[in-house]
Design a protein around this ligand. Structure first.
Ligand code: TXA
Ligand code: MG
Length: 319
């Protein structure tokens, strides 16, 4: 995996596209985003249209640093500490929109909050620096589908909508950012991700809890069915049945059909980085995918969260 270096011409072209209200495929350390000028209503509306995303599902706004975030959102002291500890990196904070916030109201989808994060990927940072303002970017996939961890995934699904595709190589983390909202007496974990609950609790000095039902309204993206390939998923499988592709983890039984291993050595970081690319690859091989058990510890919590949503009964998706 070669370290992507900022390509000045590409960064300039991407910044120009954003300024013109067009969309950019943006590499981050988690997954690729479909990026728009977060202050431009028409551009943000184009992101919803391209993804087929329900208009009640708000977008994440990417910033260079806390100073840029503070132009858009009010930080409480605990959120400020979390930003200083984990940014740039895969932590998204849900915060109140600031008075006279320059962001399009569409990024918040009618809520009075905004989700912000400072990505660590050098190309994302180079673009934020060059563009000079906040960039709205949900994952660059059709709504409800598997997130892209390669530029080619984003171009396959949304190529028609993308003016400039920045190639930052395969995403290092491979799972979307951890999303939290700080409450007076705890931190609500709205989406598990690469940064674990224990790390967050240690910095916040508060317990980290699963969202309460009142939080769920705040996180409509936490829909039961999400991150889904076309194929049906069968979780905690020991081996594939006839006609199933096999997504293995760790030492795996020999099988006849299509098989990919998330990490033959049982490494959860490697498994997280491979998850979405392997799901996409097996999706072209069979109508069902059997998935071996993943331990519910460390990054396994976030991996299992995505797998459960991918396996959940889903509404009919437009093709
Ligand atoms: O790693 C990531 O977070 C990637 C990369 C591109 O940064 N982005 C990403 O965005 O996963 P998206 O739009 O696919 O997921 C954003 C999630 C959704 O579940 C959405 O509901 C939630 O963030 N969200 C956004 N704004 C929110 C808000 N104001 N309150 C609660 N949840 C919010
Ligand atoms: Mg997404």
């Amino acid at each position: 995996m070669s370290a992507p270096r900022p390509q000045p011409d590409q960064i300039a072209a991407a910044a120009t596209a954003l300024t013109a209200g067009r969309l950019v495929a943006l590499p981050t350390e988690t997954v690729y985003g479909l990026a728009a000028d977060a202050a431009n209503d028409a551009a943000v509306a184009a992101v919803f249209a391209a993804k087929g995303r329900p208009s009640f599902n708000p977008l994440i706004v990417h910033v260079l640093d806390r100073a840029m975030a503070e132009r858009c959102a009010d930080f409480d002291p605990v959120s400020a500490r979390l930003a200083d500890a984990f940014w740039p990196g895969p932590l998204t904070l849900v915060l109140p929109r600031r008075a006279h916030c320059p962001l399009s109201l569409l990024v918040s989808a009618g809520l009075n909050t905004v989700a912000v994060r400072a990505p660590a990927h050098p190309l994302a940072r180079a673009l934020l620096q060059r563009f000079g303002g906040p960039i709205a970017a949900p994952s660059a996939n059709r709504s409800g589908h598997v997130s892209p961890t390669r530029l080619a995934h984003a171009l396959d699904e949304l190529g028609d909508a993308i003016a400039v595709g920045l190639d930052g190589g395969p995403c290092r983390a491979g799972l979307e950012s951890t999303i939290v909202a700080v409450r007076p007496d705890h931190v609500a974990l709205l989406r598990p991700g690469p940064i674990g609950a224990a790390e967050i609790a240690a910095v916040a000095g508060l317990p980290v809890r699963a969202p309460e039902s009142s939080d769920r309204v705040e996180a409509p993206g936490q829909l039961a069915s999400h991150y889904a390939p076309r194929a049906r998923l069968r979780l905690n499988a020991v081996r594939p049945e006839s006609g199933e592709a096999f997504l293995a983890f760790g030492p795996a039984p020999a099988t006849d059909g299509p098989v990919l291993n998330l990490s033959p050595g049982g490494d959860l970081r490697e498994a997280a980085a491979n998850l979405f690319a392997h799901l996409r690859a097996l999706d072209t091989e069979a109508a069902a995918i059997a998935v071996m058990p993943i331990p519910e510890e460390g990054l396994g919590v976030a991996i299992n969260d995505r797998l459960r949503r991918a396996a959940a009964p889903r509404p009919e998706q437009p093709s």
